[in-house]
Structure formats: C-alpha cells, structure tokens
Unconditional design. Structure first.
Length: 378
C-alpha cells in the first residue's frame, strides 16, 4: 500500500514538473500550435463545409432518390454522384441569390442611409438645440460639449495614421480566408465522396485498438453527436430564415424604414440562440432611430413580439425537445464558446454542451436508479 502511494506521489510530482516546464516555455509551444493551425485550417474548413453539405446531400439521396438508390448497383452510384452535385448546386444557387438579388438591395439601403446621414444629423442637432433652449441649458453645456467634440476629433485624427497598416492586415487576412475556403471546398468534395469509407475505417480502428467493452458506447456517442449537430444546424438555419422573412413582411406592413437591410441583420444574428435576437435588434433599432425615433420604439416592440412567436411556436416545431438543454446552460454555452472561439464557438457551443449535459444526466440517473423513491423526488 505504501509502495502504491509512493508511485502515485511520484507520478503526480512528475506531472507537476512537466506542467511547470510547459508554462515556462509557453511561447514556443504556442508558436508550434499557431503554425499547426495554419496547416490544419484548410482541412478544418473542408470538414465544416462537408458536414454542412451532408445535410442536403442526405436529403437528396435518402428522400428524393430513395427508390432509385434501393435498386443498388449502377443506379445507386449514379444517385450518389447526382446527390453530391445537387447539394453543391443548391448552396451555389443560394449564394448567387444572395449576391445578385438581396445584396444589391442591401447596398442600396446602405447607400441611401449614408446619403441621408447629414440630414438626420441636422435634424438631431435642431432637436437638441430646441431642447437646450427650452430648458435654458446653453451656459451649462456649451463649454462641455465643445471640449468633448474637440477631444473626439483629436482622438480620431490620431487614429488615421494607423488606418493604412490595419487595412493592409485586413486584406491579407481576407486573402488567407479565401485561399483556405477554396482549398476547403476541394477537400469537402473528397470528404463527402469518401464518407462511408472513412466511417468504415474508423470503426475498424476502434475495433482493433479501442477498449472492446466500450466500443458500442463510443459508437452510440458518435451517432448521438452527429444527430445533435445535424438537427441543431439544420433547424437553426431554417429558423433564422423564417424569422428573417417574417421580419421583412412585418416591417413592410408597418412601414418601418430599410426593411430588407434590418431583416437580414435580424435573420443572421438569430443564428445565435437566446442573445442573438437582442444583438440584432440593437443595430436595427439604431438605423431606424436616426430616421424616426417613434418607429424605433415600435420596432423594438415588434421584435419582442416576433421573438415570442419564434420561441413559443416556430422553434418547438423545428427542434422539439431534441436539444434538451435548459436555458441557463444554453446561455453558459454561448458565453464560454464565444469567449474561447468567437462566433463559431457561440454557434457550436450549444450542441456540444447539450451532448455533455445528456451524458452526465444519463450517468447520474443510472447511478441513482436504485435509490429509494422518496429521495428521487428531491
């Protein structure tokens, strides 16, 4: 027993020394991870694209062409090729639709908004001046406001010199993203075509090297992970599209300005659970505020009603109870995921935490299955 404790203490000390050395040399280690990230990023893009496109691919293969696929042989192979082609064409058509139909209208709204900003600022200035005159606040605020405007001008004038280097960095980052995206699309084609082969090879590796008594549990966990992510992604995209369309229809009916621009903002931010609608409502209400303050207040009320419809009618029919995550844990998943991985973390954090939550809940239920009935209700 003493020897066992000595070995455990020795292992613990060894791990402590290794961890301390890692902390002391964290910069080179981070450099290695950064270099590895550059290499892996196109493959990660490819995996994400393939996973997203697998949803329409499976729909075409298992729903649209199910009868032809069941014949087997050459017909099944042709269905696979056709389903892959249609999946990519579907996404391409959506992108073209966004760029050729919706994007020009958004740019028109933005250009009109920018052109009218001087008029809106002039109206706001007149309103403030009337307010100051009505309450005789000229002497109190004139010096303070002048000093504030001078401070703001000095601050932004000093930042102009930093604009060009930052612009160059942004262009380089955009070029890197486009390159990774191009390589990722090419990788995604291979991943979709080789999906069955890769899954079969993964199962063989698991049987060969994995713990035999846990193989079925690992496969069940992988299947559940895929189900949660697929359902969450597909449901979230469809929900955001429905909310965006309803927002556009409602804004057009009630005469809110810039309905398409604001509806796109609301639809995109709605991808983020719980806080997304409120994030989208802020720029939307500000855009309307500079046109008509009264309509901005009505717009916030409209968004509140729209989100109640979404949360109580649309989302339950799309998701059911499959995610099974309390609102508090959804919020924690968004905050932690967003802090660690940005927007991607905010989107992917919910299904990840939902998976962990379901596993922990099952283990707790299994361990407490034999406890007395009076304790189960506590």
């Amino acid at each position: 027993m003493d020897k066992l404790k000595f070995k455990q203490s020795l292992v613990l000390v060894a791990f402590g020394i290794i961890f301390y050395q890692l902390l002391q040399n964290i910069s080179p280690i981070l450099g290695v991870f950064s270099a590895l990230r550059v290499v892996v990023m196109p493959l990660l893009y490819g995996f994400v694209i393939a996973y997203m496109l697998n949803i329409p691919y499976k729909w075409y293969q298992d729903k649209v062409f199910a009868s032809v696929k069941n014949r087997g042989g050459l017909a099944a192979r042709m269905v696979k090729h056709l389903s892959v082609l249609l999946a990519y064409l579907t996404v391409l058509i959506i992108i073209v639709f966004l760029f050729w139909i919706i994007l020009p209208q958004i740019l028109t709204s933005v250009r009109l908004l920018v052109q009218n900003i001087p008029y809106y600022l002039n109206s706001a200035e007149n309103l403030i001046n009337r307010f100051v005159e009505d309450f005789e606040l000229q002497n109190y605020y004139s010096g303070h406001l002048t000093g504030s405007w001078l401070t703001v001008l000095e601050r932004y004038t000093g930042q102009i010199d930093e604009l060009i280097p930052n612009l160059i960095d942004q262009v380089m980052n955009l070029t890197s993203i486009v390159f990774n995206l191009f390589i990722g699309v090419a990788c995604s084609v291979y991943l979709i075509y080789s999906k069955e082969t890769l899954i079969r090879q993964g199962k063989r590796l698991l049987r060969a090297y994995g713990p035999a008594k846990h193989n079925s549990r690992i496969l069940e966990l992988a299947s559940r992970t895929n189900f949660l992510f697929t359902r969450f992604i597909a449901g979230n995209l469809l929900d955001s599209m429905i909310v965006g369309v309803l927002c556009f229809i409602g804004m057009s009916i009630f005469g809110f300005p810039y309905p398409l621009l604001v509806s796109v903002i609301i639809g995109v931010t709605n991808l983020i659970p719980i806080v997304g609608p409120f994030i989208g409502a802020v720029p939307g209400s500000l855009i309307i505020l500079i046109v008509d303050p009264v309509k901005a207040a009505l717009f916030l009320l409209f968004i509140l009603v729209l989100q109640q419809i979404d949360g109580n009618i649309i989302k339950p029919r799309l998701f059911g109870n499959q995610v099974g995550l309390p609102s508090l844990w959804v919020l924690i998943a968004i905050v932690v995921g967003g802090r660690l991985f940005g927007i991607v973390g905010m989107l992917a954090g919910v299904p990840v935490v939902a998976l962990i939550y379901s596993i922990v809940r099952e283990n707790v239920d299994r361990k407490l299955a034999n406890e007395p009935e009076e304790l189960k209700s506590q």
